[in-house]
Write a protein that binds this ligand. Structure first.
Ligand SMILES: *Cc1c(COP(=O)(O)O)cnc(C)c1O
Length: 411
C-alpha cells in the first residue's frame, strides 16, 4: 500500500526479505531518519533552548504533535491519548488509577495465556493491594479442544464475577493466536456489572479499527513499535476516557511531566495534573524516542485511515489463511472468521524443529516461531503477520512454497 515509504530488510542476495514480523517490530519508515535528524540538529544548535524553540516549535509541546494522529488510529479525541512511558509501565500507572479494589469488589478478569508482561503486571498489582492472584485473578481461556476464546464465555465469566469484579483487563488482538476480540461487547458487559474496563492494544493499534471513545472503556495501553512502526522500544501509547479529563482526585503515580504545562516550571510541590491523558505522563518527554512516530503516524492517514488499512489487511490475511488451510499437517490457531482476527495467522507445526525460524529466514521469510506442545506432542507455533502498509499479495502467495521447502526439504 505504502511499501515504498519503508526500508525493507534484504537478504544476502540483496533482494528484499518477506517481512511478516510487523506484529513484533514494525519496519522503519523512510522519513524516520529525517525526523530524528531534525531533533539531533536542534539539540546540537540550541542545546537546552531546543525545549522552547526550533523549526516546528520546541520539544515542550512534543507530545501534542502526536495526539491527533494517534487519536485517529485508536478512535478517540486527541486529548484522550498520549505517547509516553512504555506499555507495561503504562499498564501499572493506569491500574494505579483504575484498579481500586474495595470490599468484595477486588477481582481482575483477563485472558488465559496473556502476554507474560501483562501477567506479571497484573499479579504485581494484586499483590501490591495485598490480594492473592490465585483467588482474585480470573482467567478465561478457550474451551477444551479449541484455540480461540468464545465471546459468550468472556461475557459469562464477567457476569458470574458480578459485583466481585473490579477490573476487566482485556486484550484487543491476542498476541499468540491473533484473535481479535469484540471489545465493545466486553466493555458493555464489564460496565453492566460495575467494573472498570482497560484494554491492552499492543497487537491491535494500527492493525484493526478501534473506537475507544465510543466503547467507553476507561483506559487502554499499547506499544508504538509493533504495527505503528515507531522503532525499537518506542514510547508507549495510553488512553484515558474523556470523563476522567479533569479528575485531580484520581490516585496516580505522578511526575512533573504530567503536571499542567501552564505552571509546571514554577517548580511548586503541589501536583496539578494536565487535563486528559497527558496527565499520566511522568518523566521528561523522550523526544528522540518519539521522533520516528512523527514519520510513521501520517502514513496511516495517507493510506486512507484505519478502515482502508483494515480492508487491505483483510485481503492479505484472508489469502494467507486460505493458503495455509490447504496445507497438510498444520493446525491453524487463528479462527476462520475474518472479523475475529487481525493481520496475523498463527499455525501449529508438529515435530521437533528448533531451527525452523532460521531456515525460513535463509529462504527469505522473516517470521516468528516458538516451540510449544499444544497438542500434547512436540511442535511449535509459527506466527505470520502480513502488515497492510508494506506487505503485498505477491509475498503472501509465496508463503506455502517457502513453508514446504523448509518443512519438507528435497534431499
Ligand atoms: C508487545 C507486548 C508487550 C510489551 O510490553 P513493553 O512494556 O512494551 O515491553 C506487552 N504486552 C503485550 C500484550 C504485548 O503484545
Amino acid at each position: 500500500m505504502l511499501r515504498h515509504e519503508f526500508h525493507l530488510p534484504s537478504g544476502r542476495d540483496g533482494q528484499p526479505l518477506i517481512y511478516f514480523c510487523g506484529n513484533s517490530l514494525g519496519l522503519q519508515p523512510r522519513a524516520a531518519a529525517d525526523r530524528l535528524q531534525q531533533e539531533l540538529d536542534s539539540w546540537r544548535e540550541r542545546g537546552v533552548e531546543g525545549w522552547w524553540g526550533g523549526p516546528e516549535g520546541g520539544w515542550l509541546g512534543y507530545h501534542r504533535r502526536l495526539q491527533e494522529g494517534l487519536a485517529r488510529i485508536v478512535g478517540t479525541r486527541p486529548e484522550e491519548v498520549v505517547a509516553a512511558n512504555a506499555l507495561t509501565v503504562n499498564l501499572h500507572l493506569l491500574m494505579v488509577s483504575f484498579f481500586r479494589p474495595a470490599g468484595k469488589r477486588r477481582k481482575i478478569i483477563m485472558e488465559r495465556g496473556a502476554f507474560p508482561s501483562d501477567q506479571h503486571a497484573v499479579q504485581a498489582q494484586l499483590r501490591y493491594h495485598g490480594l492473592d492472584p490465585a483467588s482474585d485473578l480470573i482467567e478465561v481461556g478457550p474451551r477444551p479442544g479449541e484455540t480461540t476464546i468464545a465471546t459468550e464465555d468472556i461475557i459469562d465469566a464477567i457476569e458470574r464475577a458480578g459485583d466481585e469484579l473490579a477490573l476487566v483487563l482485556w486484550t484487543g488482538v491476542q498476541y499468540y493466536t491473533g484473535q481479535f476480540f469484540d471489545l465493545q461487547r466486553i466493555a458493555d458487559a464489564g460496565r453492566r456489572v460495575g467494573a472498570t474496563i482497560g484494554f491492552d492494544l499492543a497487537h491491535a493499534a494500527g492493525n484493526v479499527p478501534l473506537a475507544l471513545h465510543d466503547w467507553e472503556c476507561d483506559f487502554a495501553v499499547w506499544c508504538n513499535y509493533k504495527y505503528l512502526n515507531g522503532g525499537p522500544g518506542a514510547p508507549g501509547g495510553l488512553f484515558v476516557h474523556e470523563r476522567y479529563a479533569e479528575r485531580p482526585d484520581l490516585p496516580r503515580f505522578a511526575g512533573w511531566w504530567g503536571h499542567r504545562e501552564s505552571d509546571r516550571f514554577l517548580m511548586k510541590p503541589a501536583f496539578h495534573p494536565a487535563a486528559g491523558a497527558a496527565g499520566w505522563q511522568v518523566s521528561t518527554a523522550p523526544v528522540l524516542g518519539l521522533a520516528p512516530l512523527l514519520a510513521s503516524l501520517p502514513l496511516f492517514d495517507r493510506a486512507g485511515g484505519m478502515s482502508a488499512v483494515r480492508a487491505r489487511s483483510l485481503e492479505l490475511t484472508g489469502r494467507l489463511y486460505a493458503d495455509l488451510q490447504e496445507m497438510k499437517g498444520m493446525q491453524l490457531l487463528t479462527g476462520g472468521d475474518p472479523a475475529q482476527r487481525g493481520a496475523q495467522v498463527s499455525v501449529y507445526v508438529p515435530g521437533h524443529r528448533p531451527d525452523l525460524e532460521k531456515q525460513l529466514s535463509e529462504l527469505g521469510l522473516i517470521c516468528d516461531y516458538r516451540q510449544d506442545n499444544l497438542a500434547g506432542s512436540e511442535g511449535g507455533v509459527l506466527r505470520l503477520a502480513p502488515a497492510p502498509l508494506y506487505n503485498t499479495l505477491e509475498e503472501v502467495a509465496r508463503i506455502p512454497d517457502l513453508l514446504e521447502q523448509a518443512l519438507h526439504p528435497i534431499r
